[in-house]
Design a protein around this ligand. Structure first.
Ligand SMILES: CC(=O)N[C@@H](CCC[C@H](N)C(=O)O)C(=O)O
Length: 378
């Protein structure tokens, strides 16, 4: 029995999460995921539900019976390019891909809330936004600009993200700045390959890349004010073809996180100077590409404070005030245009986000479904 006197079981959404967990797909390739969700929605056979696919995403409008506004609820859909190591019976069936950021839970929670309201027509219009490519190259910005979204633009929007470091059943957020500005970083270095035994006839890009990475790690420690915050992580390095061939090419891939756009600009300028120095000192050429850039996630203060008061009174979750984090999320683009907020949902796991061993506690699915039903019903 729910607090509003109705009965609704969140149990089936654990299986739905497991089904989605088995088919992770990277950004803008979420075709099986989209087909799974479309098939599920069709089976709901709800007369006041309308569907608009957008690329590999989906917009679902549930028309209210006395609407004065439209409330949006957004979930992301994509997985990550990494090999799963959980050993779960429902582990990824796609080699080299995994739902290691919880988007499988995010989608199953969205389907749970949507299912409830498909059985009990809401007062307000509810727009469920299934957004592709959050991990990159970024689905939020083009989706926001699409005719499909603009025709159904909500007056308010909400999203959640799982938090492995919080106990299952905990909800955490804060008004104002929640997540950082982000920029991807790709640097290609080109020198001259050659025989391993004749280094003086070649120009080794493995050595150049090693120096570059060491120098890049001075940007945050030596160029950003200790009172500001920034992150520069290099997550991937590749180069060369064989152990006895001097590498002509090297590539490093990373991400930059800052709390302000001003700091982002300064970090990028410093990276460019360092790369120019590497070109000089190693007599090589370089190319820098900043890939996808996301704006900060800034929670609308009054809506967030009202949500916090709501969670504090809820029997479904316990509330913890969160710190801001250097995580990125293209949900920030929705919040630039539409008042709303994002919150963390505790899923207690020994292994964190982007870990090949992440195992969220599935009890959090019911927590979020019941909490969101109450919030959207109020
Ligand atoms: C919640 C989360 O983990 N988001 C990602 C967003 C990635 C943004 C982009 N691809 C980048 O790496 O800069 C994150 O890594 O924070």
């Amino acid at each position: 029995m729910r607090t509003d006197g109705t009965t609704f079981s969140a149990e089936p959404f654990i299986q739905i999460r497991r089904d989605l967990h088995r088919i992770p797909e990277i950004g803008f390739e979420e075709t099986k995921t989209q087909a799974y969700i479309l098939n599920y929605l069709e089976r709901l056979a709800c007369p006041f539900l309308e569907i608009k696919p957008w690329r590999t995403g989906i917009l679902v409008m549930l028309r209210g019976d006395a609407p004065e506004s439209t409330i949006g609820y957004r979930t992301d859909m994509d997985g990550l390019p990494m090999e799963e190591e959980t050993g779960l019976s429902f582990a990824s069936a796609h080699p080299g891909m995994m739902h290691a950021c919880g988007h499988d839970l995010h989608m199953s929670i969205a389907l749970g809330v949507l299912t409830y309201f498909s059985q009990r027509q809401p007062k307000e219009n509810l727009l469920f936004v299934f957004q592709p490519a959050e991990e990159g190259p970024g689905g939020a910005k083009p989706m926001l600009a699409s005719d499909e979204f603009r025709a159904w633009k909500p007056d308010k929007i909400v999203a959640l993200h799982i938090a492995p470091e919080l106990p299952a059943g905990t909800v955490a957020t804060k008004p104002g700045l929640l997540f950082a500005n982000t920029s991807e970083l790709f640097i290609n270095l080109t020198g001259k390959g050659g025989h391993a035994a004749y280094p003086h006839h070649a120009n080794d890009m493995v050595v150049a890349a090693s120096h570059l990475i060491t120098q890049l790690h001075t940007v945050v420690s030596r160029n950003v004010s200790p009172l500001d915050s920034a992150v520069l992580t290099i997550g991937k390095i590749s180069g060369g073809s064989k152990q006895n061939i001097i590498a002509e090419q090297a590539r490093i891939e990373g991400t930059i996180r800052t709390l302000s756009t001003d700091s982002m600009q300064k970090v990028k300028q410093r990276i460019e100077s360092i790369v120019a120095g590497i070109e000089q000192s190693f007599d090589c050429t370089s190319a820098i590409d900043y890939g996808a850039n996301y704006c900060q996630v800034y929670n609308a203060p009054s809506l967030t404070e009202e949500f916090i008061r709501f969670v504090e009174k809820s029997p479904h979750a316990s509330f913890a005030l969160s710190e801001k984090a250097m995580t990125g999320e293209d949900f920030g683009y929705f919040l630039e245009e539409i008042p709303g907020f994002m919150f963390w949902l505790g899923v207690e796991s020994e292994y964190g986000l982007h870990s090949s061993k992440l195992q969220p506690d599935e009890r959090a699915i019911a927590t979020a479904i019941h909490l969101l039903i109450d919030y959207l019903n109020k």
